[in-house]
Design a protein around this ligand. Structure first.
Ligand SMILES: Nc1nc2c(ncn2[C@@H]2O[C@@H]3COP(=O)(O)O[C@H]4[C@@H](O)[C@H](n5cnc6c(=O)[nH]c(N)nc65)O[C@@H]4COP(=O)(O)O[C@H]3[C@H]2O)c(=O)[nH]1
Length: 763
């Protein structure tokens, strides 16, 4: 009878043993540095540091539990057999060397090796030339989810039998009769077994202790969470990772997971492990501890499955901050120039390809500027390389400081630099103009003297420009085009800018001419002011807006859109703006004495952003008002939203000072920027002008119609006056009136006219 019990128990105990072994091999596989393991394939690497380090890890695993005899890793050999890589064994007689084939592997292993994707324990003992074993295997993975190898753990038969005996004697929860029977039957052998039992008990305790040690004292943070993501266990290493104890870490875990985009992907992987019950590739997470310290961890997880259901996840976090930092450093070295810390050719070409794709997709144009320093060789030859290097660094610094965030500078080597402007605009000619202007700025910037090691040095750049996309060119083509253009700049006498395409060159030269002409236009009094009425629905005059025109001697009438942006960019707008304000006020004053003219109480003048931001702006307005003797309350200054958004405090101060005199403020082109009405309420604004692009479409675009309606309603609630700009049809006028708008400006009523024409019209 005892024999029957014995065998029944033996079966159960072996099953328990197999389950324990399953857990041990699963956790042990998470400890292997899979990336390093992948680098080991040749027998001669056995004496190398990586092999020795990884073998030490295996030995640590072997020493965790008494009874583990062999721990080893395997990969498929080139011809598909099973090949050993690491072996914790050191005895030269028994060690499986790196590269040895596992000839007498069990049938289970041979059948499952290629597809093994979760832990597997042999059903039965297996006997090979080294003994009789119970063996378990588990795959281990690299961080990108690729299987790096299979871990094997062998437990010796004799050890298991010792345990079985111990367990048999200590865990018989059966009837007294049976115990009695056992005692009677085995009294003769009891004396001999007691010694074995004591030793088995001690070794079991030692094993448990060691297992706890590996978890609690390993450098990794181990955890268990349920399938509902409730953390039920965290090993004490939380201090090392999160600067707090396990209990606090458990409570506040979600706070520690940063909102780095990669973390979301990690959670998806965990969820997949829960849903499928299958081991998933390891992944990386960014954690932020209680003191704000950020660390990167690699997460290795294994689902815990019971009766076909995943009840939770056991996992280990490895701190990889240092290796990640190192990887970033290596990446930086590979993509940045060591001297100037600017992107190198490789990174530039990469960014250029991406920009090119984006430009093609969005129908935009970008520009590539190729800069070569004139006579740089001379500096190098005469003053030596250290001075040459310092010049290159100084050039790089100037470029870095003066570019917009979205533009990227690069150094190709030697004295060659490149600037990449992404998505500058959609109109090729305008992009050419803009780029030319910018290139000139860069040229001026780099041409300013450099003070280096006691020398005052003068360096000028020759700049070649290629705009893209033009046809179906790639990044290399664009770089070559810009290079060719740079050579043209050199040929043209250095310190100059040239385009790759002649048509671009023409557009750019046109711009240059315009710039020079603006200067002369002021001197030759070629500017004029036209005035456009602001009216009510019955065409009664409510106000006038002054609009500048340029009567060019050769090109005829030039509209402001063509030259105001250029003047704004060059700073010439300051003089032009002053001229406009002075003349508009003067004209208003003249009309006050004009018999029969129904002079409205408002004269609106456009103020450009640069003009408004100029420190002298308020003083100039005050002076011009005084000189003209016009009541400040009759002056409305039109500014755009962008100015206010960028420098709110400064804008408010200026506006308040002028407001005290009675000057009104109107927000031009309302709706095209980002400001809200609520935001504008914080400023002393009197009026908003709904941009004509919204008015144009109110009849056929319900979205624009409802937007306009909302603006009018809200403006009314906030006591702001509303002007609808660009009213061209009766239908638009009717709609606007129905929405509550009472002031209109547009061709439907009047086009901008010269002062003379207006006088004749209203007289
Ligand atoms: N399609 C259409 N257009 C209409 C209609 N009603 C008026 N407009 C035009 O819309 C523009 C209104 O001026 P803005 O929004 O201040 O826009 C102005 C303003 O931003 C700027 N500008 C004009 N004069 C000056 C000035 O003296 N100083 C500054 N800084 N900028 C000025 O140039 C922009 C364009 O001025 P303009 O060409 O005179 O164009 C004017 C005007 O002629 C209409 O029913 N349909």
């Amino acid at each position: 009878m005892t024999g029957v019990y014995y065998w029944q128990y033996q079966d159960r105990l072996r099953q328990e043993m197999r389950e324990k072994l399953h857990d041990i091999v699963a956790v042990a596989a998470l400890q292997i540095d899979a990336e390093a393991h992948n680098t080991l394939r040749l027998p001669e690497q056995e004496s190398g540091p990586t092999y020795l380090r990884l073998r030490r890890d295996l030995q640590r695993i072997r020493d965790t539990a008494t009874g583990i005899r062999y721990v080893y890793t395997m990969v498929p050999s080139a011809d598909g057999q099973i090949m050993f890589v690491l072996d914790a064994e050191t005895n030269p007689e028994e060690i499986a060397h790196l590269g040895d084939l596992y000839d007498d592997a069990s049938e289970t292993l041979k059948t499952n090796f290629a597809s093994l994707d979760k832990p597997l324990v042999e059903q039965d003992f297996y006997t090979d030339k080294w003994g009789t074993w119970l063996t378990a295997y588990a795959p281990f993975y690299t961080s990108d989810g690729k299987r790096a190898g299979v871990l094997g753990i062998d437990i010796e038969n004799s050890n298991i039998q010792t345990r079985e005996r111990y367990l048999l004697l200590t865990s018989l929860p059966i009837s007294f009769a049976v115990i009695l029977a056992v005692l009677i039957f085995s009294w003769l052998v009891a004396y001999r077994l007691s010694a074995t039992t004591r030793s088995a008990l001690q070794s079991l305790r030692a094993s448990e202790e060691k297992l706890r040690n590996i978890v609690e004292y390993s450098s990794n943070l181990h955890y268990f969470h349920t399938d509902q993501h409730v953390l039920t266990y965290l090993s004490p290493q939380t201090h090392r990772f999160l600067d707090c104890g396990p209990e606090e870490a458990k409570r506040r875990w979600t706070e520690f997971v940063s909102d780095h985009p990669v973390n979301k992907k990690g959670f998806e992987i965990t969820q997949r492990a829960i849903d499928t019950g299958e081991q998933q590739p390891s992944y990386e997470l960014e954690l932020v501890g209680t003191k704000g310290r950020k660390i990167w961890v690699q997460v290795n997880e294994a689902p815990v499955v019971q009766e076909g259901r995943t009840i939770g996840i056991v996992g280990a976090l490895t701190d990889i901050s240092e290796s990640k930092h190192y990887a970033d450093f290596i990446q930086h070295q590979a993509t940045y120039d060591a001297l100037t810390d600017l992107p190198n050719r490789r990174l530039l070409l990469d960014r250029l390809s991406q920009t090119l794709t984006r430009c093609r997709r969005h129908g935009k144009k970008g520009a590539l500027l190729f800069l070569d320093l004139d006579q740089f060789k001379h500096i190098n030859d005469s003053l030596g390389h250290p001075v040459g290097d310092a010049v290159l660094k100084a050039v790089a610094e100037r470029l870095k400081k003066n570019l917009r965030d979205e533009d990227s500078p690069a150094r190709l080597g030697g004295d060659e630099f490149v600037l990449l402007f992404s998505e500058v605009g959609d109109d090729t000619e305008k992009v050419a103009e803009y780029t030319q202007m910018y290139a000139e700025k860069i040229r001026d910037l780099l041409s300013k003297p450099y003070k280096i090691q006691g020398h005052e040095l003068h360096v000028t750049p020759s700049i070649g420009i290629a705009l893209f996309p033009m046809e179906d060119e790639n990044a290399d083509d664009i770089l070559r085009h810009a290079d060719t253009a740079m050579y043209r700049a050199k040929e043209a006498g250095r310190n100059t800018v040239r385009f790759f395409l002649p048509s671009m060159q023409h557009a750019a030269e046109e711009l240059l001419r315009l710039k020079n002409n603006i200067q002369q236009a002021l001197e030759r009094q070629e500017f004029q002011l036209h005035y456009q009425p602001l009216v009510d629905h019955a065409n009664n005059l409510l106000g006038l807006e002054s609009l500048i025109r340029w009567q060019h001697p050769k090109r005829g009438l030039i509209q402001p859109d063509q030259f105001i942006p250029v003047a704004e960019d060059t700073g010439q707008i300051l003089k032009i703006g002053e001229w406009v304000l002075a003349n508009a006020l003067q004209q208003y004053k003249t009309w006050t004495h004009f018999p029969g003219f129904p002079l409205p109480s408002r004269m609106s003048v456009n103020i450009s952003p640069r003009q408004f931001l100029n420190p002298d702006f308020v003083i100039k307005v005050e002076r011009l008002l005084a000189e003209s003797d016009v009541d400040p309350a009759c002056l409305t200054l039109e500014i755009t939203e962008g100015v206010l958004l960028n420098k709110l405090d400064m804008a408010r101060d200026k506006m308040l000072t002028l407001k005290k005199l009675g000057v009104r403020f109107s927000i031009d082109d309302f709706g095209t920027g980002y400001s809200s009405l609520a935001y504008l309420r914080r400023l002393p604004v009197d009026e908003i002008k709904i941009d004509r692009s919204f008015i144009r479409d109110i009849s056929n675009d319900p979205e624009d119609a409802s937007l306009v309606e909302t603006i009018i309603t809200l403006a009314d609630k906030l006591c702001l006056q509303v002007v609808a700009e660009g009213v061209e049809t009766e239908e638009q006028c009717r709609f606007l009136r129905e929405c509550g708008c009472s002031c209109f400006q547009g061709y439907y009523f009047h086009r901008p006219q010269s002062a003379d024409t207006l006088e004749a019209l209203f007289k």
